[in-house]
Design a protein around this ligand. Structure first.
Ligand SMILES: [Ca+2]
Length: 149
């Protein structure tokens, strides 16, 4: 019985290490696609937010650097739906993200428009609420969040 418990704990620990994501925020005005290249140049990729845990850790990565979220100050994360509207593809991983964490009223882009990239945005109505917004891939962002293994 003890061996089974020990083995289970080891497997759980190894699994958590394998899946561990490290998010790092960079406050550097740019656009989503340039941010994607910068993250790749750093040896990572734009942060793929795929769980509530990822969401919390991404927000924490920004505040850990002493940055604050302000309404309409965008922080780029991974996700592009320029192929099929509403299917948010993680380009660096070549898969669709089934998780989402949009602000109320978002995503408000429609097929054929330019809101095909994802960013964190802060609600003007509730500045404590920072969630996803679909934005133009050319939108000016204040920063971006990279993910490293
Ligand atoms: Ca939007």
């Amino acid at each position: 019985m003890f061996k089974v418990l020990l083995l289970t704990l080891c497997v759980a620990f190894i699994a958590s290490e394998v899946n561990a994501k490290k998010f790092v925020a960079y406050k550097n005005p740019t656009t989503a696609l340039i941010a994607m290249q910068v993250c790749r140049n750093f040896g990572g990729h734009l942060a793929a937010i795929e769980s509530d845990s990822d969401h919390a850790n991404a927000l924490a990565a920004v505040t850990a650097k002493g940055f604050t979220f302000q309404p309409n100050e965008l922080w780029s994360i991974a996700g592009c739906d320029s192929g099929v509207e509403g299917e948010w593809v993680l380009l660096s991983q070549n898969r669709i993200n089934t998780y989402s964490k949009f602000l109320p009223g978002q995503p408000n882009g429609v097929a054929g428009d330019a809101e095909n990239c994802l960013a964190y945005n802060t609600s003007a109505d509730d500045p404590t609420n920072t969630l996803w917004d679909d934005v133009s891939c050319d939108a000016a962002t204040v920063g971006f969040i990279c993910e490293f293994k």
